[in-house]
Write a protein that binds this ligand. Structure first.
Ligand SMILES: NC(=O)c1ccc[n+]([C@@H]2O[C@H](COP(=O)([O-])OP(=O)(O)OC[C@H]3O[C@@H](n4cnc5c(N)ncnc54)[C@H](O)[C@@H]3O)[C@@H](O)[C@H]2O)c1
Length: 398
């Protein structure tokens, strides 16, 4: 596409596609890169375009990406739409030469994930998948401990995910509907599957899963919520899960999912997710040949404990490291992620996140869901076509 010659080289025009709860990350744009600014938004819903007037005042709000592309000269787009729309939107933007920040998960099926990577490889347009959890203080701390060799060579990782806000976050709108998300092993777990890969340096080769819809399926108080987005119904008083009200009319994703993974480097990993716990955090145990680490809490105020002396059990680690960053949520990681995206697109800076890794997270989550739904059949992850793989490997080396 031709960019306006009247713009200074520092001026970067960004569009936001999907003006819902997550589009707030676009407010990091001018902080992450002076000269970059949001110039337009897209949302097919009237309520989304009305939100745009409040969140991005004065910016034109289009009803489709096609209209945006026909009307504006943009350098990059931040895509914060529901998961089932990611692949088609990314493909349209990539083909138009617009660099894409695509929210995780990359796609809801492995075929769609591969379609997006194929188009990114063909066009050479920058694709960045917003796996912001890699930038979270708890992950940075665990990675630093592992890379220093404090627990030896990593052999196994066990992640327990207590999704206490699950009813509000995932069972009150489109997230609960398989046709929109496929599985919460993508929508929610893709962060942790990606981080398991990141911490261990391997990708999942084989998965097996077990899970069920155990609680929310029995809640009959359901309704559509036109015009509302997640913060509108969030409350700690929505408890216990069995007393939930106003849930999504369609609920067919699992609320308990458990999966086992064999990685291509021999590491064995497990991930367990429950959406009706009282508390909301994830707990990693990483065991190496010379010790183990475990996080208690996953935001600032929490600790990563390392045990690397032979002993009976002890609450205290041999060494304990504070978790830094925000005391709640992940705004700090969101800013770091936006900075990385813009730095990569406009200055060619290297990234900690990677489209290949995003594909590996989709593969693990989507195939584990398939395994859950097919009697816990083990499933092998198919390889990417070699030309697509080579294209991304060449980019990461350049
Ligand atoms: N990385 C993170 O930490 C994190 C956190 C929250 C959400 N997310 C991701 O952000 C995405 C959006 O989630 P959300 O909670 O904001 O959802 P949401 O429902 O609040 O908002 C989605 C918006 O996209 C709009 N939309 C739907 N189809 C569209 C299309 N074809 N083109 C343009 N807009 C369209 C909807 O009208 C809505 O306004 C999801 O993929 C989710 O996984 C990531």
């Amino acid at each position: 596409m031709t960019l306006s010659t009247e713009r200074s080289t520092n001026e970067k025009q960004i569009a936001v596609v999907g003006v819902g709860a997550r589009s707030e990350i676009a407010h990091h744009v001018p902080i992450a890169m002076p000269g970059a600014r949001v110039v337009a938004t897209v949302d097919p819903a009237t309520a989304g375009r009305l939100r745009s007037e409040v969140m991005f005042p004065g910016m034109p709000a289009y009803d489709a990406v096609t209209t945006l592309l026909a009307s504006e000269s943009i350098d990059a787009a931040i895509v914060t739409t529901p998961d089932d729309t990611h692949a088609d939107i990314a493909v349209e933007l990539l083909r138009a030469g617009v660099a894409v920040y695509l929210e995780k998960p990359l796609a809801t099926t492995l075929a769609d994930a591969d379609r997006v990577l194929q188009v990114a490889a063909e066009t050479g347009t920058a694709l960045y998948v917003g796996h912001n959890f890699r930038h979270a203080g708890v992950v940075r701390r665990m990675k630093e401990i592992i890379d220093r060799g404090d627990i030896g060579t990593v052999k196994t990782v066990w992640v327990r995910h207590f999704v206490g806000n699950g009813g509000d976050y995932y069972f009150t709108d489109w997230h609960a509907d398989r046709s929109r998300t496929n599985t919460l092993l993508l929508q929610k777990a893709s962060h942790d599957l990606d981080v398991i890969h990141y911490l261990t340096g391997g990708y999942t080769r084989r998965v097996v899963g077990m899970g069920d819809l155990m609680v929310y399926g029995g809640v009959t108080d359901r309704r559509e919520r036109p015009g509302e987005t997640m913060p509108d119904w969030f409350s700690f008083d929505n408890w216990p899960a069995t007393a939930s009200t106003g849930l999504n009319p369609v609920i067919d994703v699992e609320d308990v999912s458990m999966m086992l993974m064999t990685l291509d480097n021999g590491v064995l990993a497990s991930y367990e997710q429950c959406h009706f716990t009282p508390d909301y955090w994830r707990n990693y145990t990483v065991i190496g040949t010379e010790g183990r680490l475990e996080n208690i809490g996953d935001t600032a105020g929490g600790t990563v404990k390392v045990w690397n002396r032979r002993r009976e059990w002890a609450v205290a680690g041999d060494t304990e490291y504070p978790i830094e960053g925000d005391p709640s949520g992940h705004e700090d990681a969101d800013l770091a992620t936006m900075r990385e995206f813009l730095g990569h697109v406009f200055h060619g800076a290297p990234t900690v996140v990677s489209p290949l890794a995003a594909r590996a997270a989709v593969a693990a989550g989507a195939l584990a869901a398939e395994s859950i739904r097919e009697g816990s059949r083990p499933i092998d992850v198919p390889s990417l076509p070699p030309e697509v793989l080579d294209s991304f490997l060449a980019r990461s080396r350049s």
